[in-house]
Design a protein around this ligand. Sequence first.
Ligand SMILES: [Zn+2]
Ligand SMILES: [Zn+2]
Length: 373
Amino acid sequence: MADKRDYYEVLGVSKGASEDEIKKAYRKAAKANHPDLHPGDKEAEARFKEANEAYAVLSDPDKRAKYDQFGFAGVDPSFAAGAGAGGFEGFGDLGDIFGDIFGGFGGFGGFGGRQQSRTGPQRGESLRARLTLTFEEAVFGCKKDITIPRVEQCPDCKGTGCQSGTTPEVCPQCRGAGTVRTQQRTPFGVFQSSGPCPKCGGSGRIIHSPCSKCRGSGTIRTQKKLNVTIPAGIDDGETVSLRGQGNAGANGGPAGDLLVQVQVRPSQAFQREGTSIYVTAQMSFVQAALGAEIQVPTLDGDVTLNIPEGTQNGAVFRLRGKGVPSVRSGARGDQFVTVQLLTPKNLSHKQKELLQQFAEISGEKFNRKKRKF
Ligand SMILES: [Zn+2]
Ligand SMILES: [Zn+2]
């Protein structure tokens, strides 16, 4: 991977380049390095292949978006190996990659640590974390502390990468642009192409005294403790986005986001579906037949539910506003209570006698057993 260059640099376009600009740049690069024009030239062949690969990614909006967010790891699965950061999907090795690339140019001593790869502002990577909540924490919302490993701006140099009291020199070769144009004469005419400046490695500046804390990179890795506000009503698998709490950006670019996905533990008492809560209320057939007041658990504590005469097994009662708050509106859903009738067991002699009388009056048939006592 040491020889892999950033796709935008390969084509000599800015990160915000339009599809048209990318197409033009690719045509130019492909023309300038076409193997037919350079028989036996291995370098030209490599540049041609490189341009093809870059164009294959940058011309596809989906691949390009992934590449912008995750670098090579977003488009080349083999590249992601070893980039892990302890369960977080941030891709923190970009600095190393570019360090390798520009270190690999050779012959340009005095770099002093890592160089920024591009002159334009770059957004930092977004990070992902997981958080487990109790059922009640999810329903009513809560605040939770989490610790995430992330890249932050170096506090010593404020991201400049320079030892305090020094400033970077504007690269004399590219005058700060980070890219240089080269002309090639071929039998078919003069072709222009642009690539990263070899003197500054594409950063547009040269750091003579790198900051000792960040070794010139302008960023440091830290364990950041954050207090995350979980909105009431969040559900299992949903994500809370914390803007700007991901990795620091480069060259003045904004930080990425932190995406916290929650896992909600189930409740013993309640079943949840969206903003609805479901419970089962058990009662005897006598209570259901005659009507009764029963206690039902809700998210706000027990409430009294009036069961009317003649209630059937499986009947459902609705408790309005006793459900889960909507994350968006805060309006609470309803609770649904399903009646489950219990058949009496282990009856006493007196109870059996009364039930038999009841059945006889109703004209029902039942098993008469010999008295045990
Ligand atoms: Zn620093
Ligand atoms: Zn330069």
